[in-house]
Design a binder for this molecule. Structure first.
Ligand code: UDP
Ligand code: MG
Length: 160
C-alpha cells in the first residue's frame, strides 16, 4: 500500500460527471473522458446509460420551478448519456473549472464547454456543484457494485 497517500484520505471527494446526449451523439465521449483522465483524477465508475424521466427529474429536482426544466428533462432523456464518477482531492471544484461556465459562449477557451459547445441547452457535460451533491448524484446514478476502488499505477507520480 502507499502510506504517503493515507494522510489525505478524508480530503478525497467524489464528483458525478456525465456526458450529456449531445456529447454522445457528437462523438465527444473520448475527448471529454480524456480531459479528466489527463488531469490526474481517478475514475471509479463508468457506464453508457439511457436515462429515464424519473431519474432525470430526481437529478435536477432543484431546478423544478425553472422555465427550462421541461426541455432540460427532454434533453437529458433524449439519448444515451455516459455516467462517470471521478475521485480526488478537490475534484469537485476542479472538474467544474475543467467544464467551464453553464453558458458555453461565456465559458473560457480551454474548458470543455468553451471549446466544444455553443448553447446552454446543449452544453455537452454535467458536473456536480458541491462535494455533498457529488455523493448524492453518485448514489443516484450508480449502484454500489458498479463502482471500483483501485489504486492507479501513476498515483505516486501524481501526489508527493
Ligand atoms: N439549463 C438550461 N437553460 C438555462 C440554465 C440551465 O437549459 O437557462 C440547463 C443546462 O443544460 C445546464 C442544466 O440546465 O447545464 C443545469 O443547470 P445548472 O444551473 O445547474 O448549470 P450547470 O451546473 O450544469 O453548469
Ligand atoms: Mg448544476
Amino acid at each position: 500500500f502507499l502510506p504517503h497517500l493515507v494522510a489525505s484520505l478524508e480530503q478525497v471527494e467524489q464528483t458525478y460527471i456525465m456526458v450529456k446526449p449531445d456529447g454522445v451523439q457528437r462523438g465527444l465521449v473520448g475527448e471529454i473522458i480524456s480531459r479528466f483522465e489527463r488531469k490526474g483524477f481517478k475514475l471509479t465508475g463508468l457506464k453508457l446509460f439511457q436515462c429515464h424521466k424519473e431519474l432525470a427529474e430526481e437529478h435536477y429536482k432543484d431546478l423544478k420551478t425553472k422555465s427550462f426544466y421541461p426541455t432540460l428533462i427532454d434533453y437529458i432523456t433524449s439519448g444515451p448519456v455516459v455516467c462517470m464518477v471521478w475521485e480526488g482531492v478537490g475534484v469537485v471544484a476542479s472538474a467544474r473549472k475543467l467544464i467551464g461556465s453553464t453558458n458555453p459562449l461565456q465559458a473560457e477557451p480551454g474548458t470543455i464547454r468553451g471549446d466544444l459547445a455553443v448553447q446552454t441547452g446543449r452544453n455537452v457535460v454535467h458536473g456536480s456543484d458541491s462535494p455533498e451533491n457529488g455523493k448524492r448524484e453518485t448514489a443516484l446514478w450508480f449502484k454500489e457494485g458498479e463502482l471500483c476502488e483501485w489504486t492507479p499505477a501513476q498515483a505516486p507520480w501524481l501526489m508527493e
